[in-house]
Design a binder for this molecule. Structure first.
Ligand SMILES: Cc1cc2nc3c(=O)[nH]c(=O)nc-3n(C[C@H](O)[C@H](O)[C@H](O)COP(=O)(O)OP(=O)(O)OC[C@H]3O[C@@H](n4cnc5c(N)ncnc54)[C@H](O)[C@@H]3O)c2cc1C
Length: 358
């Protein structure tokens, strides 16, 4: 069969691209080897446009948020299931300085549409320095999103559960041949494995999360050092840790202790019960900006990766940006275009890939 796109990986990145391609009316096939533990399968699914440390908007945060909200709401309709909802997030301040910073910004553009200037009564929580809420925050049930999308892709025969093997790919006249199928474009969305893009500086960043049971936490998200996000039946996701040094595939006592110590600054933890602990590796990058763009040698081979800890927020609009580039020649923002790492592509690699395409 002939397709417009071959997508490798059905994490958040590959899934969003597939769903966008459906909107663009382009044919595609997604291949995923169904790894048990992937970054997307463990992700908490939190989405908001702020960086709390300095109380500033993330890069393009407001634009990403508005586009993503609209995109995921359309997924609720498409799946006839609620995978996404807007959900209040209350930030408990750690100092008077943080409190001042928040309230001085809350009345000024662009923050007046993002930071609520009113405080909440939160009787069960440790609220020494007060609190503020976000007007833009949401939760994507990532596992359900991936499952529903996979069902949809399966029903339209656009998904294969299989490992992608580079040696089985051939390249003829700028097109790709793989298992008796022909593709105009290839997009690699393999998370922490980069395959033909392995010259790019990707830094796997291990994160761990707890699932806890608590009767004291509110039915919305709270954040202070860690976040606690409601699931159902008084259960909450508490996270997350960040560690780019630990490459071991396991959960650790250090992370559990750290998460509980931070949670104890939000509620007394004597009565909470830890139900589960998970880990995953975020695909983060040297300059903390995603990887979008075309391979330096293999024409029509692209990458969509490096979403770090903000994939729910960023993938829909960046996915659109990549597809608009591939299909209509629109420019990719210099900040995310992998051309910024051209000098990481060595002469040796040039030789290897030149051989591959000729
Ligand atoms: C603990 C933790 C909490 C997080 N919480 C949040 C959060 O609240 N909000 C947020 O926005 N982000 C969060 N993140 C970050 C987010 O999970 C990642 O940015 C995102 O999942 C990356 O998605 P991806 O599709 O690029 O990669 P992945 O999720 O890694 O997906 C890659 C896919 O490629 C497949 N694959 C790889 N190699 C092959 C091959 N050879 N053949 C076929 N298939 C292959 C894998 O099976 C996998 O399905 C969190 C991350 C962690 C670790």
């Amino acid at each position: 069969m002939k397709y417009d796109f071959l997508i490798v990986g059905q994490g958040i990145s590959g899934t969003v691209l597939g769903l966008l391609l459906k909107q663009y009316n382009k044919s595609f096939l997604i291949i995923d080897k169904n790894d048990l533990i992937t970054s997307s399968k463990v992700a908490a699914g939190l989405m908001h446009p702020m960086s709390f440390k300095r109380c500033v908007l993330n890069w393009e945060g407001d634009r990403f948020y508005d586009y993503s909200c609209q995109f995921y709401k359309s997924c609720n309709t498409l799946f006839s299931k609620d995978v996404f909802k807007e959900l209040k997030l209350t930030r408990l301040f750690s100092s008077y300085e943080e409190q001042n910073n928040w309230f001085s910004k809350a009345f000024v553009k662009p923050y007046n549409t993002i930071l609520s200037p009113t405080e909440e009564e939160l009787p069960n929580l440790l609220n020494e320095f007060g609190n503020g809420s976000l007007l833009k925050s949401a939760k994507l049930d990532v596992k359900k999103f991936l499952r529903e999308a996979k069902n949809l892709f399966n029903s339209t025969k656009t998904f294969k559960e299989k490992a992608f093997v580079l040696e089985d790919l051939s390249y003829v006249k700028n097109e790709f041949h793989y298992e008796n199928n022909q593709f105009k474009h290839l997009v690699m969305c393999q998370g922490t494995s980069l395959n033909i893009f392995n010259y790019l500086p990707l830094i796997p960043n291990k994160g761990e999360l707890l699932t806890i049971c608590s009767k004291s936490l509110p039915k919305h998200i709270v954040s202070k050092g860690v976040f606690a996000m409601p699931l159902s039946n008084n259960q909450y996701t508490v996270g997350a840790t960040y560690n780019h040094r630990d490459e071991n595939h396991n959960i650790t006592k250090e992370s559990k202790d750290k998460l509980l110590a931070n949670l104890s600054k939000i509620i007394p933890i004597e009565n909470i019960k830890v139900i589960n602990q998970t880990y995953g590796f975020r695909p983060t990058t040297l300059d903390r900006k995603p990887f979008l763009g075309e391979h330096p040698i293999i024409k029509n081979a692209f990458i969509f990766n490096g979403m770090g800890s903000k994939s729910v927020l960023m993938t829909p609009l960046l996915g659109k940006q990549l597809l608009d580039h591939i299909l209509y020649g629109k420019k990719i923002s210099d900040l995310v275009d992998i051309k910024r790492y051209e000098n990481y592509f060595t002469e040796h690699e040039k030789e290897i890939y030149h051989k591959l395409v000729t």
